[in-house]
Structure formats: structure tokens, C-alpha cells
Design a protein around this ligand. Sequence first.
Ligand code: ASP
Length: 316
Amino acid sequence: MASRTGQVNRPAVIVHGGAGGWEDAAAQEATAGCVRAVAAAAELLQAGGTALDAAEAACCVLEDEPLYDAGIGSYLNAAGEVELDAILVDGGAAGSLPDFGAVAGLRHLQNPIRLARKILEQRSERFFIGNGADALAAQLGLPQIENEALITAARRKLHAAQREAEKNEVQQGPAPGGTVGVAVRDPSGRLAAATSTGGSLHKPPGRVGDSPLFGAGAYARAGLGAASATGDGESIMRALLTQDAVERLATASQDAQGTCAAAIHQLLHSIPDAGVGLILVDGAGRFGAAHSSDAMPHAWWNGGEIHSRFHCSKRP
Ligand code: ASP
């Protein structure tokens, strides 16, 4: 059914499992995980859940899957520990500013996106980091876990290989992706975006990338769109990639897909080697997805079947 603005009042969900150098078998597994995350969001939306409910639920599914660099299974930093970053963005009501909750450097929480939601809805502050963020999670009733419990055997092996390569000054290929992200439009037209990550492989302790930064790792604005980014965080934060993509929709002659490709193209103009990826849903529930990395598993749904793939146009 079309609204007065001509927008179709149907739900739309798109999720990604990270831009990077995925091998085909892993990319296929990660794509299947994206389908499971979309299914969880779809179920909630069909039961009357909001865009924020759906974005949080899909993100939790991906944080719980050890194959992504988010929640359990995140990459280790150079000190052999996991530090987690996440953001949840609410596009807001028509005419209002978007809002968000964000966290960085968490060490004892399996689902950082849950804390981002609580910050968005229960706090006047917007961004918590490190020990303070972990303490807030405990105070707000989120279960704490040992940092060890976030680490899988596969990630330990990758960490050891990375250390060895650095010791021998051997250049490693691009790491597989694994940051996760979600963009949702609910049937009322409300928009939300979520991004969650363990950050870059072997990052120095304390390093925070684009993922939890409003307008960089995720952005949403009423009526326009919602987006999540992944890949080379230092490039994405300089370009404010998700904000750039969503704000382009206000004037764009392009559709959602063309807008994603144009935003990445603009970033590559300044930083030609950046491996990045972007998903987007516009105010009418249309999708865009583009990446300059080798692959980006992603899946999407707007009321019918769930679709998925791990490559789209490699270079927009
Ligand atoms: N953007 C993330 C970061 O820089 C990493 C990724 O998406 O692969 O922390």
C-alpha cells in the first residue's frame, strides 16, 4: 500500500558480514549467517517490532556467530585480547535529528549492540568507552563474560600467524572481513542502522576504527535512509562514508544502489587503495550495496524471499 508520499509501507532489512579478502568457502558460510540474521529481523518486524528492535536482533545473531569479527570470534588485538566497538542509530521521527548509542573498547560483553541500545534509550550521554563501558553494561544488567570467552581457536591461530608474519616482515594478504552491519526500514517508515566489530586484525590496543562513529560506521536519517559501512576504518572515518551516502539521497538523481556506488567512488577518488563496503536502505525501502574489497557477504528482505550474495560490483 502506498502512503501519501508514494512510499510503500513495507519493511526492508539488509545486513552485511564485513568487506574484506574472504575465501569462497568462508564467504558462503558468512552469507548464510547473514540470511539467518535477516530472518530474525524479518520475524520481529512481522510481529510488530520496530526498526531498532530488528536492527538489534539481526546484529545479535551476527555477534553470536564465531565466523564474524564481532562479539564472539572477534579478531585479537596486538596484545592478544579482544576489544569491541558498536553503534546503534535511530533515524528519528520526521523532522527530528537522528540519535544513537555507541560503545568502544569493550572487553567483557558478548553483544555490544545491546549496550548501544540501552545507552540510546536510557542515558543522556551517547558514547562510552573501555572499563567505564564494561561497568555500565554490568550496571544495566547485561551479562559480563571473560575476555577469553570471546576468543575462538581459529582467531588465536590467525593471531599467531600474524605475529609470525610481522616478526619475519612478511606482508600478509587482506584479512577476511567480518565486521557486521544492519540497515532497516520498518513498516511505519522508521529507519535504523547498526554496526558491530572487533576492529582490524592485530590492531594496537586502544585503536578504534570507524564502526562506532556516528556518520562513519553507521548513519540513518528520517525519510532519507539508513546505512552501515565496513572495511578500512581509517578511510571510512575520513570520508564519513555512511553520512555521505545517506545525505546524498536528499538530492540524488541516483537510486539507492547508484548512491552506494557513488559514495564509495568518491572515497576511492581520495584514497584509491581503500577496501571498503557499504549497505543502504532508502526511505522507501529500496536497497543498495557496494564494495571495493574482494567480497562482502550480505543478505536482504523486503517482505518476500530473503536474497543473498557475497560479491556485487567490485569496483563501483
Ligand atoms: N571498519 C572496521 C574497523 O576499522 C573493520 C572492518 O570493517 O573490517 O574497525
